[in-house]
Write a protein that binds this ligand. Structure first.
Ligand SMILES: [Zn+2]
Length: 147
């Protein structure tokens, strides 16, 4: 699955994985230059034990996914963001990953956690574009090189 990192206001990296937010645990990076060790962003407040290790962009080791709290989804706001994503799919020629990265940057952790996976959002972007025939000429090429 495609992983999306979000900068928090302290400049650290946050990642949404299976509806929960994770944060970079130390400075170590994996082969793709992404943070390698991530722990649940609720660790400070609930001592949540959930941790994951990112071996690469697409390879996640689920060290521990036993969260001791709920994901606190914010469904209504997430639906708004989803609509924004689909609108942008029609009005811009950016690749899905770029659209998602720019919108994920401006939303809260709760909203990010309530959104569908980045993979299914990217699929929705492609579907939306096919529907209205607005895919840019080079879209096919970009899509193929991305997966
Ligand atoms: Zn947790």
């Amino acid at each position: 699955m495609a992983l999306v990192f979000v900068k928090n206001n302290k400049g650290g990296n946050h990642l949404v994985y299976k509806s929960y937010k994770f944060r970079q645990e130390n400075k170590e990076l994996n082969l793709d230059g992404l943070p390698k060790y991530c722990r649940c962003s609720s660790y400070d407040s609930t001592r949540c034990p959930a941790r994951i290790i990112l071996q690469s962009q697409s390879d996640v080791s689920e060290t521990n996914l036993a969260h001791n709290h709920s994901a606190k989804p914010s469904k209504r706001k997430a639906e708004e963001v989803r609509q924004q994503i689909l609108k942008k799919a029609k009005s811009s020629t950016e690749v899905p990953q770029a659209i998602l990265a720019s919108l994920f940057g401006g939303i809260s952790e709760e909203v990010a956690g309530a959104l569908p996976s980045t993979d299914s959002l990217a699929r929705e972007i492609r579907r939306e574009r096919q529907k209205c025939g607005s895919a840019p000429p080079n879209f096919k090429f970009l899509k193929n090189s991305q997966n």
